[in-house]
Design a protein around this ligand. Sequence first.
Ligand SMILES: NC(=O)c1ccc[n+]([C@@H]2O[C@H](COP(=O)([O-])OP(=O)(O)OC[C@H]3O[C@@H](n4cnc5c(N)ncnc54)[C@H](O)[C@@H]3O)[C@@H](O)[C@H]2O)c1
Length: 431
Amino acid sequence: MAELVPLTTSASLEHASAADLIDRLRTKRARIGVIGLGYVGLPLAVEFADAGFTVTPVDLDQSKVDSIRRGVSYIPDVPSERVREVVDAGRLSPTRDFAILAEADAISICVPTPLRKTKDPDLSYIVAAVEEVSKYLRAGQLIVLESTTYPGTTDEVVRPMLERGGLVAGRDFFLAFSPERVDPANAEWHTGNTPKVVGGVDRASTEAACALYEQIVSTIVPVSSTSVAEMVKLLENTFRAVNIGMANELALMCRHMNIDVWEVIDAAKTKPFGFMAFYPGPGLGGHCIPIDPFYLSWKARQSGFESRFIELAGHVNASMPRGSRVHLYGMAYKADVGDYRESPAIDIVRLLEERGAAVSYTDPHVLVVDDHGVSMTGLGEAEALAAGIDCAVIVTNHRAFDYDALVRTAPLIVDTRNALKGRAGAHIFRL
Ligand SMILES: NC(=O)c1ccc[n+]([C@@H]2O[C@H](COP(=O)([O-])OP(=O)(O)OC[C@H]3O[C@@H](n4cnc5c(N)ncnc54)[C@H](O)[C@@H]3O)[C@@H](O)[C@H]2O)c1
């Protein structure tokens, strides 16, 4: 971590404006701009407004702007009451008009950083946002990029765009990168108590950005450059992606070896040091873990370095079964009846859904199911097969089923009732 010698009002002349900005931040007189009012930007904007700042967030999405103006939150972790309070107090005034940025002393950019179809970084949202910032940039402003991105983005992409108008980063305005660590639905760790990493293009920028976040976060971790700060975030998310990839591969390996991977992990995690549990699953979800490591591997490739761990983990994680269409034959607890109370089918539906499968069923005797939270409407056999399924599970051996059509059409059949007795095929598995 970087050692920061505090800037004071007696700091050198070139940093006089940093001292002034820091003073405005500490006395809450600074105005805060946030670009992008999503999962990252909205909590951040509300946090600053809660702390007493006047915050003017800008988002292109009029429906989000209108919703916040009405005091209605669309992010589960941000209660509407909190939003309403700061909106009513006049401290949170979202807009679509970027001209408001001219009034901001500090601007945090929180726009999306997705991947292109080719798995290359898509910086178009950052570029569009910075384009707007550059139109209104003035001396003394602090610009902080929070969007997750590859090391070098702030210095190589953002900085030249902002300096085009003649102002110089570190001398005339301040520029930093500070990754967001929001963990949606985490009740313990939130913006205020999650340490925040900050890296500026120079010492004054780092100090100004630290002063900004100190107002809402209890622990600030200054680092020596924007690239280090960018890399920190990618290390955090790559660490998860690679470890989940290993857990997924271990799960497949255990299945081959007839070992219960869950039991293995539960026992391993009793080790009080040097082990951290990661769990297998049907694949990765969310905005970060499936995407961010590819920002890093892309950047590494630009400098001729092939990242084998990231590519391998991405491959393993993407090949885990996910969204498989599993179709149950039979919902009733036994053949030729319509009673599904205590039927194993209900548990099978639940377990499959927990593992990410899209489950449907066919049962001529049970047209609708509503039991223990499982609520479904049955499909016709032919309809289901025509729609396409990945796997059929015979749960009840009703005589009415067209087993010939099933064996002909389904790519994989798990027969738990020996209903297909006498029929052979590599795609048929019996219990
Ligand atoms: N969601 C998370 O849990 C999380 C955690 C850490 C980091 N991040 C990173 O933070 C960044 C933002 O993620 P998010 O989840 O908040 O995204 P999001 O899609 O929820 O929100 C982004 C917002 O930016 C707005 N926007 C897009 N382009 C704009 C522009 N040019 N000007 C103004 N507004 C614009 C969109 O309308 C949207 O409201 C990404 O880089 C992401 O990887 C996200």
